[in-house]
Design a protein around this ligand. Sequence first.
Ligand code: F6P
Length: 385
Amino acid sequence: MREKVQRLGQNARSYDTIFVRLLHGRVTLAMRIGILTGGGDCPGLNAVIRAVVRKGVLHYDDELVGFMEGWRGVLENKTMVLDYEAISGILPRGGTILRTSRTNPSKREGGLERCMETLKHNKLDALIAIGGDDTNSVGQKLFEQGINVVGVPKTIDNDLSGTDFCFGFDTAVNTAMDAIDRLHTTAEAHQRVMVVEVMGRDAGWIAMYSGIAGGADVILIPEKPFDIEEVAERIRLRHARGRYFSIIVVAEGAKFATDVDSSQGAPVVTEMGKDEFGHVRLGGVGQVLAREIERRTGLETRYVVLGHIQRGGSPSAFDRVLASRYGIGAIDMVHRGEFGCMVALRGNEIVSVPLTEAINKNRLVDPALVDVALGMSEPLKGDKK
Ligand code: F6P
């Protein structure tokens, strides 16, 4: 028994608060663990929080401290108690009970030091940071300073390396697919071309999945800059076959390869400056595309920007399960002392990967998926067989 207690004590690099308790006849190393949700929200955040708290409280006898509004809560020591009561009924709720922000402590004077002081002040043994590449990059910086950080991959964009899927993506895809289904009927009734602009930043995952699932005629993604004349030609060929409406799904980060206007070779952006992680606000490609399609084909064309609708609402069953698996995976990693790592999905296994692997580069759309989409669209003369 004494040996086991000593081993548990060594595994946790605690500040000064390791509680060794007897729970249900088992020796457990109870810890104080912080949790935060950072960056853009997505469905499933509450499901992760719930899983962490349930396993922490019920199985490890942990105390959980929630930091409000992402890294801002750590900078300013804004906390909430995350006990069993606090998480009641949150599984189906979108958003996050901890709220979120795009605050970047490393862009603030003494920001990382302030974060470390807050964590010490709260006597935390570890911190679980739920977020995308930005949130996890701050987690890695704090880990390098000796903080016990575990990351959880969240983003509707599905662009984090190291994992096969981020939670939130499946719900966003289903929302976009539902919108595309609805747009089909109005496009058909009016014999129009409908352009649907979806989110995804520099990766085309949402566009590709929702486009294939929704039966789009053309799917445009950031990974493959598009020739506007080729897009127009695919639509012309389809209509020459007797179809009288078309659906184009375009990712917000998609780029014109040819000279259309100032957007040539770069994504279309909304002129609103950059966020604290240096990201421009994307948006507007759908409008430019609709104008060009109408001008080149003579077909009446409309555009729709789905925007933040894709981030809202209740998580799908897939996301609830994945988020719960990630929550359990993360708290187990904390208790195994696997810090500086992110919980991840590889195949159907929950594994742990170094945070550096997750944040070093964006995961882009698999070319095999592009071939699936091209295999179902009008072939052009230059297309490979
Ligand atoms: O990263 C998620 C995401 O929804 C992107 O798809 C989109 O470009 C961005 O966030 C929008 O950010 P904001 O909510 O700050 O407008």
